[in-house]
Design a protein around this ligand. Structure first.
Ligand code: HEM
Length: 245
């Protein structure tokens, strides 16, 4: 080691700031969603008639993207491939932050390779759709492209490290385990790793002000999380209840 590694110090600072903004920013958004009034009963029909039914509906929505499947098979296919791939890739990444590595994280390591293919195929499919389908291109904003390109950049640089220009992953792990203990350890001097990590930090920073908030947001969607019981029970929004008291 010896001396101060300027790049490592910069990236350490970047990741502390990014983590803070991600956690606090997303927390604030979730608080706002939780407090937003839902004055009307508007579950998309046919809707579950019990709370258990709502849990089951939400599960199908999160695990299989059910309503997207019903509305558009192409977006479902590419969106599902991307999200499923990313899930396995992220679970595989847990090994950089834990010592010892948990047994099930070790178990999924070989699948990570295939998962990165699914992820990049899904992302490219979604990008091509945005460019090729005129109706979708018309309503696409720069931030829609930015999100896709950023995720493609992260997945692409990750795959480059995995398949073409390997980096010292033990050293990467040492760096992140160090950050958890408030120590700054060296980072490998690999430009592609710096691109990977820089893009991840950027994604973390913009997450709370981006469309990626649909992740936590789905759980607060009244059309999905309400029970169809308006015949049995009068619906009064929480704020209206306060007025009645
Ligand atoms: C601080 C967080 C992260 C660190 C330290 C990190 C580090 C790494 C490293 C060292 C590799 C190369 C793996 C190898 O050579 O075996 C890699 C690969 C990869 N990373 Fe990341 N990464 C991070 C976050 C992310 C995120 C958020 C995504 C996706 C949104 C991502 C997507 C990928 C992909 C697709 C690969 C290639 C497939 C694989 O090896 O699993 N990474 N990452």
């Amino acid at each position: 080691m010896g001396g101060i590694d300027v790049t490592a110090a910069l990236y350490a600072f970047l990741f502390y700031i990014a983590t803070l903004l991600l956690v606090v920013g997303t927390g604030m958004k979730i608080r706002r969603y939780a407090k937003a009034p839902a004055p009307l009963k508007i579950p998309t029909m046919p809707a579950p008639r019990t709370q258990k039914g709502v849990y089951f509906r939400m599960f199908r929505e999160v695990a299989f993207f059910e309503s997207l499947f019903k509305s558009n098979k192409w977006i479902w296919l590419f969106g599902y491939l991307f999200h499923l791939g990313m899930l396995v890739v992220l679970l595989r990444h847990i090994r950089y932050f834990t010592f010892d590595v948990w047994w099930w994280v070790e178990l999924i390591q070989p699948f990570g390779i295939y998962a990165s293919y699914l992820m990049i195929i899904g992302l490219i499919g979604l990008l091509v759709r945005r460019i090729v389908v005129e109706r979708v291109r018309y309503i696409s904003s720069p931030s829609d492209y930015l999100m896709l390109l950023l995720l493609i950049g992260i997945a692409g640089s990750g795959m480059l490290m995995k398949f073409v220009m390997p980096t010292d992953i033990i050293m990467v792990k040492g760096f992140f385990l160090g950050l958890i203990r408030f120590q700054i350890n060296d980072l490998p001097s690999s430009p592609i790793l710096l691109v990977h990590l820089g893009s991840v930090a950027f994604l973390m920073i913009i997450f709370p002000i981006s469309k990626l908030l649909h992740g936590p947001g789905i759980f607060f969607s009244p059309t999905r999380n309400q029970i169809d019981n308006s015949r049995e029970k009068r619906h009064i929004a929480p704020w209206a209840k306060k007025l009645e008291e």
